[in-house]
Design a protein around this ligand. Sequence first.
Ligand SMILES: Cc1cc2nc3c(=O)[nH]c(=O)nc-3n(C[C@H](O)[C@H](O)[C@H](O)COP(=O)(O)O)c2cc1C
Length: 337
Amino acid sequence: MPSDDDFVERFESASLTTFGHSEHVRLTIVYLARHGRDGALRRLTAGIQQFAAGAGQPDKLHATRTRAWLELIAAARAADPDATTAEALVAARPELLNRDLLLRCYSQHLLESRAARTAWIPPDLHPLLAALPTTGAQEIPDNGSMPSTDPIGAFLAAVSRAQAQQVDTAPAVLATASAHGRPSARMVLLRGADARGFAFFTNYTSRKARELADNPYAALCIHWPTLEEQIRIEGRVERVSDTESDEYFSSRARGSQLGAWASEQSQVLPSRSVLETRYQEIERRFAGVPVTRPPFWGGFRLVPEQVEFWHGRLDRLHDRLLYRREGSGWHTERLYP
Ligand SMILES: Cc1cc2nc3c(=O)[nH]c(=O)nc-3n(C[C@H](O)[C@H](O)[C@H](O)COP(=O)(O)O)c2cc1C
């Protein structure tokens, strides 16, 4: 590996043969140390322009990415004052070499825009900086081997990673279908995932519950836009035990408990005042005592038959990992994006 001086000299004289992501990171670190933020940005921009023109790709400069990497590396340097060389900083923060890191703060659409190529579009730095201390999304080896044979473990790991970055991981789209195969979809909140499956709670007389009674197959779809991740789960749905429903119901706010009694979910409501009157009646009925769970309200669990993890990558070469249940284990494969 060339010394920093050699490396900088070759970059500035446009004699580097490649200028990939790790070179970008290394140069930024060296320039920051030598010239501060503004000087580093000026030199990087000028050098990349020169490099790109020399390589016959004059539009290759990506102003937004260059500036955002600089911000990210400056933040890492400030947080790791002992890491004074490029090698030390990258050793302390290997995720700086993850070129997908910036995608957490920009939509693909925005990154592809002309404005992002030619001018500085500030990222939402919060997720960018929050992402810094972690190692990013599950890396998938290119040799075809899968990171894990347990989709539930992979799901729980993805949830903790997302929660560490302030992502609300509860909302999910639930799709059901009628006995005649007509689909319908709505949001629910996931309230538990373990080896048995994925739990959500609802009214047992609602449209979704009626459809599930006729056709117990359903799908969940979860999207975390800032992480560019999607998780799709399909399988058969069953009711959770009364004890589990009681436990979850008792953990809810009193207002939500009363609301569950007051709502004939999915039925026609003649006017809002009818609902409010019903709520007041329920409030009187339970005055001074705990609200018990309505017999028509409780949980369902989707027992997964397949789980797919989608992770956004550059140039739309996204990763898709599919886990299909096979006997007591899981068969894993990759899908084209
Ligand atoms: C973010 C969000 C979360 C929701 N979570 C739930 C839930 O956990 N359970 C539920 O019954 N309805 C939930 N709803 C309301 C449902 O989307 C839906 O309107 C309701 O369950 C009636 O659907 P159905 O008529 O298809 O049964 C949620 C709505 C939103 C927007």
